[in-house]
Design a binder for this molecule. Structure first.
Ligand code: GLN
Length: 495
């Protein structure tokens, strides 16, 4: 087994021990990225920049630097702006765009020593659940090339699953970290809204957008998140909340627990609405087996209700497009990226640039969003959706009175076939399990929990864990303890 097959934690140890250099590690990953270019997971690779950064990391280590991610390779979702590389957000609209500055998350990971190998594919402006809405083309699921990788962070998920990088950034507005992580059999965490800076993250729905970590294990996610999180004065919704030592929390003993039952005393709520109609048997079975494991580790499973969960699809698909229609008005052919070649006057320049630059799904959302915000419909749709959002958040608050974490499926099915869900509504409905935590701004994770059955035997299933606000350490602790007892997160696709 080569070091590139190992997870971030093992790679970090090898660099610390001096058994490998960052340059060797980065070279090995670059070769894999090239070999598996057919997956479509990367939209830009910066081999020269990465090798230079790796050599600088090796030199820094020799000079005594102990930066937490020093010399470790990673990739960024192409929604984060980067000074040294183009940023497209999966859109033709941003073809050729180069940001004059780095996103805060990008800058912080660099300061922590990480070496960025390139940018990963995504649904255009993060709108989608299968990565089929990218101007760069679809991404294949490394487990099964006929399957989608999930979306919108499908490139990051596929790249980590295929061992092209040990870790990657993602963003989650309504499930875009958790759902592709589940479908590619990796671990992903979306922190509490406000924990990671949105500065330099191309906006989709600003009240929901949150950056997070995608990697092989809870441990690796903890390492990454520790470097990404923290207050940023450049983001007005960034929260002044001290960043705990997430890796130290992974194995911190709970009161009343012991080595055999590390989760003793932890109450895990199972929302009955999440195990209802529409959940595929093969997903339910894998999730229930993971829950049995958690119980074996000492957790207590309790029945809870999140009665307004079902309304999350309707509410989200009004609120997110509303915010998107406003955010995307800045792409007008004047300020960034694509400008139409032919136009008679200014109005036509705007219209032609936007008609040519945006893909079909983005246009659909701009239309829906503009509609629900327009005079006469604002009260009927947008305001109602805001009220439902509040009720969904209240459901969680009430549920957390009787449990410490909430668990359930990430998605109702395993990954579907490329091209299978042509109907936009079918994609929207598949978000039903991830949207509630997004609307409530809660931290949530996806943890590998097995595979489907029969012809889906190579399609991973994810277990979702949700914590109260700022409960990232509690989430990561439970996920890490589960991963100590199981090996789903260690499985690798045969490529
Ligand atoms: N699938 C959802 C959407 O299309 C969520 C996407 C996301 O989290 N960025 O909006």
């Amino acid at each position: 087994m080569s070091l590139a097959d190992e997870d971030l934690r093992v790679q970090a140890q090898a660099l610390r021990d001096g058994t490998a250099s960052s340059e060797e590690l980065v070279r090995e990953h670059l070769a894999r990225i090239e070999r598996h270019a057919g997956l479509g997971s990367f939209v830009h690779v910066d081999a020269d920049g990465a090798l230079a950064a790796a050599r600088a990391a090796d030199a820094a280590r020799a000079a005594g630097s102990r930066a937490p991610l020093l010399g470790l390779p990673l990739a960024h979702k192409d929604v984060f702006v980067t000074r040294d590389m183009p940023t497209t957000a999966g859109s033709r609209m941003l073809a050729g765009y180069r940001s004059p500055f780095d996103a805060t998350v990008v800058a912080r990971l660099r300061e922590a020593g990480a070496v960025c190998l390139g940018k990963t594919n995504m649904d255009e402006f993060a709108m989608g659940s299968a990565n089929e809405n990218s101007a760069h083309g679809a991404v294949r699921n490394p487990w099964d090339p006929r399957a989608v990788p999930g979306g919108s962070s499908g490139g990051s998920a596929a790249a980590v699953a295929a061992r092209l990088v040990p870790a990657a950034t993602g963003t989650d507005t309504g499930g875009s970290i958790r759902q592709p992580a589940a479908m590619c059999g990796i671990t992903g965490i979306k922190p509490t809204y406000g924990v990671c800076s949105r500065y330099g993250m191309i906006a989709y729905a600003s009240s929901l957008d949150q950056a997070g970590a995608m990697a092989r294990s809870a441990w690796d996610c903890a390492m990454l998140l520790g470097a990404m999180a923290g207050f940023d004065e450049r983001d007005s919704t960034s929260v002044r909340h001290a960043v705990p030592d997430y890796t130290a929390a992974l194995d911190a003993p709970r009161e009343g627990a012991d080595a055999a039952r590390p989760l003793a005393g932890l109450r895990i709520g199972l929302p009955r609405e999440w195990f209802a109609q529409g959940l595929a048997d093969e997903v339910e079975q894998a999730v229930r087996e993971a829950l049995a494991q958690l119980r074996g580790l000492g957790a207590q499973l309790v029945d809870i209700g999140l009665p307004r969960s079902e309304l999350s699809v309707a509410a989200y698909y009004i609120l997110a497009p509303a915010e998107a229609s406003s955010n995307l008005s800045r792409f007008d052919g004047v300020r960034y990226g694509h400008r139409a070649e032919h136009y008679a006057d200014l109005a036509e320049m705007y219209a032609n640039s936007r008609a040519e630059g945006f893909g079909a799904e983005v246009k659909r959302r701009i239309l829906i969003g503009t509609y629900v915000l327009s005079h006469g419909y604002y009260d009927a749709y947008y305001l109602q959706a805001q009220k439902i959002r509040r009720l969904i958040a209240q459901d969680f608050l009430r549920a957390f009175e009787s449990c410490d974490l909430i668990a359930g499926p990430v998605a109702p099915t395993v990954a579907w076939d490329l091209g299978e869900k042509a109907d936009p509504l079918a994609n929207y409905l598949a978000d039903v399990h991830t949207l509630p935590a997004s609307l409530a701004g809660l931290p949530a994770m996806s943890v590998p929990a097995g595979f489907g059955r029969g012809e889906h035997a190579r399609r991973p299933v994810g277990l979702q864990l949700v914590a109260p606000h700022f409960g990232e350490a509690r989430l990561l602790h439970a996920a890490y303890q589960l991963q100590r007892a199981t090996d789903w997160h260690r499985r690798a696709p045969a490529l």
